[in-house]
Structure formats: structure tokens, C-alpha cells
Design a protein around this ligand. Structure first.
Ligand SMILES: Nc1ncnc2c1ncn2[C@@H]1O[C@H](COP(=O)(O)OP(=O)(O)O)[C@@H](O)[C@H]1O
Ligand SMILES: [Mg+2]
Length: 371
């Protein structure tokens, strides 16, 4: 069922549906209460990253640029480090030898979780870079006023930069705002600036306020000279009108789940809200992918969370978890993905593997064509 021909025909919401959505997403009809604007972003530079969780001899971050293979290490071949290096080499070779299929129609994937610091931006940027490295044409839409995805992709987002804010609030065309990432390949970014923080409130009084991004994206994709294979939308850590716009613009939702205590808290609210969107605004929306992030195989807690999530969502969880890795957190300060920053690090290889899984699984059944 296509309900957005030309991006203009938005389904009319009846009063009850609107009230249900407004309550779930805390959107105020009069625009005076928008929950989560004053959110607290959890810092993820945790004890583990500060080096307090290090197990001697079990570094997950081999710095060696070119680990050949365990056998080349002679007498050290049986150490944990050598085993890790040889495992990384094996995974890298497997990735190099496989070609990834490109989707026939654009896959629009919203990366969402109302918790801050779970790895949404990191996942968006690195999956996009991984797919672009494999020959896909990829657009990242930064929908977080903090603009972290724009920074990581090396795209300017000063307060006077024309940005996704202008697209959503002032009907500027995406084509006039998109910038090529410094990352290389066919990777593009629609940057976010701090003005986006006000959009939650400004949107309230606009016509078709839930469909603004969808309309602009449909137009952009249908007019693009060369088709895009993937669009990733990096959501803010809140369930407000920006996130609704992301859900309405996408066919798929990817939920990153941090392998930490409280990881599943808030997940049922998120899934309920996605169901509401599916029922009222975007019948094609599917939670296609769940990605475990900041996984530390040495801790029971990480393993327990991973087991729990796999048990609840056996079909959606990717086989590859993303390890907690200092290289992953360092990369954005160089305006790079971890894949460019340290290609052979475990974090880079994991994101490449996760991207390969997403590409091979293809779009979910109910997801229709974009154009
Ligand atoms: N796998 C990882 N290992 C280590 N640090 C990570 C990892 N993923 C994300 N981080 C760091 O955690 C913080 C929050 O990640 P981010 O992607 O910005 O989360 P979100 O977008 O959900 O708020 C950032 O400082 C980021 O560099
Ligand atoms: Mg973010």
C-alpha cells in the first residue's frame, strides 16, 4: 500500500489517532510541552574505557597495523593476543573475499533508540561508511541537533550552515543541502545544526508536521541523478516530532542496544511507539534490525544482555555484535569512520560484518519501494 505518492498525500489522522500519538510521543498540540528536549545525554566514556576494566593480556585492541597470522608469530602463536590477531585476520579475509549485493530500490533505515549514548550515531556513521566502501551510494540524514553524525562524516555544521532544519521547517530541498563526506566513496550527509533543537516546537504548528522529512526525501530520491542504495537517519535521543518524522520517512528501523545494565529499559515503549506509527502514519514501517553495541565478551553482564536480546528478537538481532573499542570512540575526532581510521581493528571489522549482514538479508518483505 502506498500512501505517500509524490510525498504530498499524507493520511488524514482522525482525532483519536492524533491524541494517541501525541500522548505516546509527548507532542503537545499547543506546542508548549515537548518532553526530552532538556535531555541528559549519558556519557559512554565509562569505567571500561577509562581502562578500569582491562584484563591483563586480553587486550581487544591490537594496535599492530599488519597482523599477519598466528603462525608468523612463532613461539607466541599460542598466546591470547596471537589467537586474537589470527582471528581478526581470518575475519578480514572473509570480508575481502565476499562481494555485497546492492539493493534494487533505496532502503531507508531509521536508527532509533530514545536512550542517549547507546551507539546510534556511531552505528549510523560506520554502517554507512562500510556500505559505501563496498560500492553503495549512501546518504546519512543527521536528525540530532548535536550534529555528531555530521562531525564524524567531516561535514560542516556551524550554526549558519544550511541544514536539515531548513529542509524540515522551511521546505528547502535536500539536494541544496546535501554534502559529500570527506570519508570518500559515494557517501553523502544532510547535516544538522543546533537550530534543529527548536524544530520540535516549530514543527507543532506546521501543516503535515509528521510528513515533512518524508516529503522532502521522496522528492530528493525520485529526482536524484543516480539512485541511492541506502539512506540512514540518525535520530535524537528522544521520542518527539523529529523522531516521528524519521519513522514516517523510513521503511526500516534499526535499534542499537547497548550491552549494559538497563539496556532493555525503555525498549517496550520504543516498540509500542513504532507500532503506533505503523498503525496511523506509515504502514510499511518494520523493525528490521537490532544491533548489539559496546559488547564486552569478558563480562557476564554483556553476555547476559546479548542472550536476553537474542532470545526476545531472534530474527532481528545481527549475528555480529559491536565490541566496546577505544578505536571506535576515537575515530570521530578525526572526522573519520573507524573503517578509515583503523581498518583492521576489531571495531572496524565488526561494523563491516554487520553491514554485510544487513546487505545480504536485504529489505524486509513488507518494505516497499521508495520511488
Ligand atoms: N563500540 C563502542 N566502543 C566504544 N565506545 C563507543 C562505541 N560505540 C559508541 N561509543 C562511544 O559512546 C558514546 C555514545 O555513542 P553515540 O554513537 O554518540 O551514541 P548515541 O548516538 O546513541 O547517543 C560516544 O562517545 C561514542 O564514541
Ligand atoms: Mg547520537
Amino acid at each position: 500500500m502506498k500512501h505517500h505518492e509524490n510525498g504530498s498525500g499524507s493520511p488524514e489522522l482522525d482525532q483519536r489517532a492524533r491524541e494517541e500519538l501525541e500522548a505516546a510521543f509527548a507532542v503537545s498540540g499547543s506546542g508548549d510541552v515537548v518532553r526530552d528536549l532538556g535531555r541528559t545525554e549519558e556519557s559512554n566514556v565509562t569505567k571500561a574505557e577509562a581502562g578500569q576494566n582491562k584484563v591483563p593480556g586480553a587486550s581487544s585492541e591490537p594496535k599492530t597495523k599488519k597482523p599477519s597470522s598466528a603462525s608468523a608469530l612463532g613461539g607466541f602463536a599460542d598466546t591470547p593476543l596471537a589467537r586474537e590477531l589470527s582471528e581478526i585476520t581470518r575475519r578480514r579475509r572473509a570480508l575481502e573475499s565476499a562481494e555485497l549485493p546492492l539493493p534494487g530500490t533505496t532502503r531507508v533505515i531509521t536508527v532509533a533508540n530514545q536512550k542517549g549514548g547507546v551507539g546510534k550515531t556511531t552505528t549510523t556513521v560506520n554502517l554507512a561508511a562500510a556500505l559505501a566502501k563496498n560500492g553503495a551510494r549512501v546518504l546519512v540524514i543527521d536528525l540530532d541537533p548535536q550534529g555528531n553524525a555530521s562531525t564524524a562524516l567531516g561535514v560542516e555544521h556551524r550554526s549558519d550552515t544550511v541544514s536539515v532544519y531548513d529542509v524540515i521547517v522551511s521546505d528547502v530541498e535536500i539536494a541544496d543541502v546535501v554534502k559529500k563526506s570527506t570519508e570518500g566513496g559515494e557517501l553523502y550527509c544532510l547535516p544538522a545544526t543546533i537550530h534543529l533543537a527548536g524544530a520540535e516546537i516549530e514543527l507543532v504548528s506546521l501543516v503535515a508536521r509528521e510528513q515533512r522529512l518524508r516529503s522532502a526525501l521522496d522528492k530528493f530520491l525520485s529526482e536524484a541523478e543516480e539512485p541511492f542504495h541506502y539512506v540512514f537517519i540518525d535520530c535524537p535521543p528522544s521520542l518527539g516530532l523529529l523522531t516521528i518524522n524519521a519513522f514516517v520517512a523510513a521503511r526500516e528501523v534499526l535499534i542499537p542496544i547497548q550491552c549494559e545494565y538497563y539496556a532493555l529499559e525503555g525498549l517496550s515503549q520504543l516498540l509500542n511507539n513504532i507500532k503506533l506509527i505503523e498503525r496511523h502514519l506509515n504502514p510499511e514501517l518494520v523493525v528490521s534490525t537490532i544491533l548489539l553495541t559496546m559488547y564486552d565478551s569478558r563480562t557476564n553482564l554483556s553476555n547476559q544482555v546479548a542472550d536476553d536480546v537474542r532470545q526476545h528478537f531472534p530474527a532481528e538481532v545481527l549475528a555480529t555484535p559491536i565490541p566496546r573499542s577505544v578505536r571506535i570512540s576515537e575515530a570521530p575526532s578525526f572526522g573519520l569512520s573507524v573503517i578509515s581510521y583503523d581498518t583492521n581493528s576489531p571495531g572496524s571489522i565488526s561494523y563491516l560484518e554487520a553491514a554485510a549482514e544487513i546487505a545480504r538479508r536485504g529489505a524486509p518483505e513488507s518494505a516497499g519501494p521508495t520511488k
